[in-house]
Design a protein around this ligand. Sequence first.
Ligand code: ADP
Ligand code: MG
Length: 450
Amino acid sequence: MSEIVTEKILQIWKEILCDLRTAIGEQSFKNWVSKLKILSAEGSVLKLMAPSNFVRDTVFSRFSEDILTIANSYGCNVKSINISVCQASISDDIEIPDSIQKKEETDSFADVSVLDKRFVFRNFVVGKPNEFAYAAAIRVAESETTPFNPLFLYGGVGLGKTHLMHAIAWRIKELYPIKKVIYLSAEKFMYLFIKSLRFKTSISFKEMFRAVDVLMVDDVQFIGGKDTTQEEFFHTFNELVDNNRQVILSADKSPSDLAGVEDRLKSRLGWGLVADIHPTTYELRLGILQVKAKTYKVPVPENVLEFLAVKISSNIRELEGALNRVMAHAILIGRKITIDVAQDVLKDLLRSNEKSITIEGIQKKVCEYYGVKLSDLNSAKRHQNITNARHIAMYLSKQLTTKSLPEIGRNFNGKDHATVIYAVKRVIALADTDSKFRSDLEVLTKSMES
Ligand code: ADP
Ligand code: MG
């Protein structure tokens, strides 16, 4: 392998990295992308190497689109990225790319290749938390006109915003092939805008966006604080909406809560339909796992799915990741999948999903529930409501934390351990005889655990 070519690809990679730094910001660049090494840009695959699975997965989910666009703008002609993991230093065996010609600018953001084939409506499991956003997405995708403009989808990380956006794009392509649809992330919008300024092509940049029927911009929270990009976005947005072109946006917050976004833009963003995706429920998580499990050749026992659905409540991306890990492990090791196996494989993940229950947290919730003040809970007052609240709080502290009886007592304004024992006994006795008390206890216990 010739030294010169090796140098050439490294040189281009350096330039790609420079552009990436501008596109994704210094912090993201430093934390993730700067850690990558290039292996080759052969055929349509850009091969990279990451120092850990974590870096690989993050780069893959957050930056692969940017890397592809920028690599293509340097003539790499790549369609996908492959990132392998290697903790050790990378060998010198760098392969040669097929052709590297410097091209001016590519429009690959408008390309179907950025749309994930799996992100279609068919694969989207609908439940209470997302049914409204789903219905709005279908409506916008299938309507010939612009039923609400813009459609603004918002919700936390990994709850399905990008999935819905891609699904809309696919459906429009299927129903109205002549419609020109552009889907891109707000980061890429900004990157293209900056690049157009650099190459003095901003007129064609504007024309490009203004000639679309449907513009979809994902993760618009990203333009917060980026004033010139925001200004440009605002103009593009207004022009499209004024001309009855459909605009679809997503963000992690509602328009009014977007930080660093000008008020006039915020209010404009909320003009159409704002649909939020709520945090997942147990039913939805289980539903998603069941659908996903069917795609595997190896059956996954229902109780394992239930276990994952209870334990991993953060977001759907993590949930899918967990199931994939359990499956990969089971297939590789050839072990039957059981709850114990899942627990073992997911040790680290489960720990971070475990909500830690504290005595303070218990006191706060119990006070809220009984409508008593924290100072009363920790006083010597004997009003029945207060006594019940105090005893339940002590009981739950014993049941749900690992604190000792004296420690619990200390947290209730210096009571001794005998007081805590008395409280625990009284709660057990009352729960046995008083049905209202029993139901209070049940609600409170459940609310601590979820
Ligand atoms: P966001 O853009 O909100 O951060 P994504 O759309 O990227 O989240 O979703 C994260 C992962 O979860 C994707 O793999 C997606 O397919 C999956 N997912 C999210 N919601 C659903 C759902 N309702 N049904 C099936 N898969 C879902
Ligand atoms: Mg997303």
